[in-house]
Structures are given as structure tokens and as C-alpha cells.
Write a protein that binds this ligand. Structure first.
Ligand code: PLP
Length: 343
């Protein structure tokens, strides 16, 4: 990686202490037909493309979190999420690669037979435990309890909070932003903004840190898909500030600096919206690239909406965070095809 002038050699070493789960830069591609359809130059950063399972943004966080787990001699990875959690599935795939046991505590019973990410969790050999109707706060409590139990049973558990959104995990996206900067420079593109789906805050926090490390580059604009206004800004600011401290960068974020758009949340987390479904169809029809109804489709809908409202002119980078296994959850499939060609 390029040396960052703002970091000491210790800080630089922390930024390099990762397990390589996402080899090489992910592709940066121009979307000519999609750009023409929406009226602005759009590029896509393909974090949905990789070599580990069906990859996605969570793998960038896991590169740092699992380096830490290995350093601590962990025998089992334990994490939490929704039944169709991409983060849980990414953890299961990484655990398989490293030969670690993996326990996933999921907040609702998935459909039977298992589909989408739940099916992949099982295929990667994870032990899936459902806590019906658990709130996200209760899941974090359950995570701590389950780790204690495993420890009493002689295991060395490594707990990963919801979405892997810790300061350490966020370093993965800071590194991703540096990677993007080099790709934009090589293409001689000066992008106005990076747009992505934002949920537990680690992705946006990491991208903010990456921008602070280079001191320039496209602004970060999150499209919220879950939390209500106010809470996510605080989370992003806190994680970014913590991540900066980890690498020794004297920089802190306030909630006011965090740019988030709540227009795409719709009825709530995991529930599809007409705009999100139209965005999924449009990208699929014009470029043959898949996004999902829970995250990346809503992120893309936010990008289209901001271009149409004159808030963005381009070039813009859509950070594709992955999530395509949700397309194969039966609750989404039919609705996506309801209005073929309308996108
Ligand atoms: C988790 C996830 C996000 C949001 O990332 P956070 O770091 O939780 O904000 C976006 N897209 C996909 C596909 C995800 O799985």
C-alpha cells in the first residue's frame, strides 16, 4: 500500500495488519448505459466481486477483525445479525477459509427450506442459532452470553458485533477508499461523491477515515437503509473517530459532518421499496449487474434520486457493497419481477 504522509510508521503498520481475504483492488467500472439512462456519469466500485464466497463490504472489515482474532488465538468466531445477514454469511465464509468454528446468532427464523444467505451460512459450515423476535440490542447481549458459555466449554471465542462495525473493522473501508483514490487517479477521473448504502455505520466511517488520511477526494454520502435520523450519524462519527485513534490520526468527527439521506428507508430495514426495486431492474437491464432489495438497491435508488433532484451532477462513484444473495430470498423474488421493463 502507498505510504500515508499523515501516519507514523506505527499507524501505517496497523493499517497493513490484515488477512488478505479480498486480493487485489476490486474493479472500478464506468457504467455507460446506466449513466445515459439517469443523465450523469456513474462509476461503480465492485466490492460485490471477489474470491471469497459472494463477498461484499463485510469482507473488507473481516480482513482486520480476523487478523485480530488470529493474533488472540481464537478458536471460534461468534457474531449476530438478521436471518439474511450478509455480515453473518461473510463471517461464515471467512471462518471456513481460516479453519475456525463459527457460531451465528440470528434475530429471526428464516424461511424453510433455508434460502439466500441462510443457506450459504449452512453451506460454509456455520452453526446457526435463531433468537426469535430479538431486537438488535438484545442480540448484542446474547452475543456476550454465548461467548461466556463457549469459554466455559474450553473454547476461545472472538465476538464480532453487528455488521463488524467497530473502529478496527472500519479500517477495511479506509483502505478501500485509498484503493479507489489510486484507481480514479489512474483513470484521470475527478469524482464528486461516493454513494453507498449505510446501515450499521462501519462502511461510512471507514470511507470517511480514508478521505481524512489522503486529505482530499470525493465526499462520502450514505443512503440510510435502517436506522432513524440522528442515531446513525452519531454511530458513524464515533466509529470514524475511534478508527482514526487506532492508526494515530488526530482527527475526530461530529455527527453534523456525516452526510446521510433517509429518503430510501421506506417501511424499514429489510423491507423493499418501489424505488429500490426500480433501481435494481434499471442496473440489471442496462449493465447486467445485480444489486439487492435490502441494501445496494436502496443505495442505488438514493443515487438516482439525488441526480434527479439536481444534488449530484457526476462523475459519481456508486460503492457496490454486495448483498446479492438476498435476491434469492423468496420474499423478494416475485415483487422484483412485478413491473418488468418499468425500471
Ligand atoms: C452491511 C451492508 C451495508 C451497510 O454497511 P454498514 O457498514 O453496516 O453501514 C451495505 N450493503 C450491504 C450489501 C451490506 O451487507
Amino acid at each position: 500500500m502507498v505510504a500515508i504522509e499523515s501516519l507514523t510508521s506505527e499507524g501505517q503498520a496497523i493499517l497493513e495488519a490484515r488477512i488478505d481475504l479480498m486480493p487485489g483492488p476490486t474493479p472500478l467500472e464506468l457504467l455507460p448505459r446506466f449513466s445515459e439512462a439517469i443523465g450523469a456519469e456513474i462509476w461503480v466500485k465492485r466490492d460485490d466481486v471477489g474470491s471469497l464466497g459472494l463477498v461484499g463490504n463485510k469482507v473488507r472489515k473481516l480482513e482486520y477483525l480476523l487478523a485480530d482474532a488470529v493474533r488472540q488465538g481464537a478458536s471460534v468466531l461468534v457474531t449476530v445479525g438478521a436471518a439474511q445477514s450478509n455480515h453473518a454469511r461473510a463471517t461464515a465464509s471467512a471462518a471456513a477459509k481460516l479453519g475456525l468454528r463459527c457460531v451465528l446468532i440470528l434475530s429471526e427464523t428464516s424461511t424453510a427450506p433455508p434460502s439466500g444467505n441462510h443457506l450459504l451460512d449452512l453451506l460454509f459450515g456455520a452453526e446457526v442459532e435463531f433468537v426469535d423476535g430479538a431486537s438488535w440490542d438484545l442480540l448484542d447481549a446474547t452475543l456476550a452470553e454465548r461467548c461466556n458459555e463457549l469459554e466455559r466449554g474450553g473454547e476461545r471465542p472472538y465476538a464480532i458485533p453487528m455488521g463488524g462495525s467497530t473502529p478496527l473493522g472500519a479500517l477495511g473501508l479506509a483502505r478501500g477508499y485509498l484503493e479507489l483514490g489510486a484507481q480514479l487517479a489512474a483513470q484521470d477521473v475527478s469524482a464528486e461523491a461516493v454513494i453507498h448504502a449505510s446501515s450499521s455505520g462501519g462502511t461510512q466511517a471507514g470511507l470517511e477515515l480514508g478521505r481524512a488520511l489522503v486529505g482530499r477526494g470525493p465526499a462520502i454520502r450514505g443512503i440510510a437503509v435502517a436506522k432513524s435520523p440522528g442515531i446513525l450519524e452519531d454511530d458513524v462519527a464515533a466509529i470514524a473517530t475511534g478508527a482514526a485513534a487506532l492508526v494515530g490520526l488526530p482527527r475526530s468527527w461530529s455527527a453534523e459532518e456525516v452526510i446521510l439521506d433517509y429518503a430510501q428507508v421506506g417501511p424499514g430495514y429489510g423491507l423493499p421499496t418501489p424505488a429500490g426495486e426500480a433501481a435494481i431492474r434499471l442496473l440489471a437491464h442496462t449493465e447486467g449487474i445485480l444489486t439487492d432489495p435490502v441494501y445496494s438497491g436502496k443505495g442505488l435508488a438514493g443515487l438516482i434520486d439525488q441526480v434527479h433532484r439536481g444534488l449530484l451532477h457526476g462523475p459519481v462513484v456508486f460503492w457496490h457493497t454486495g448483498g446479492t444473495p438476498a435476491l434469492f430470498d423468496p420474499i423478494h423474488g416475485a415483487a422484483l419481477l412485478e413491473a418488468p421493463g418499468s425500471g
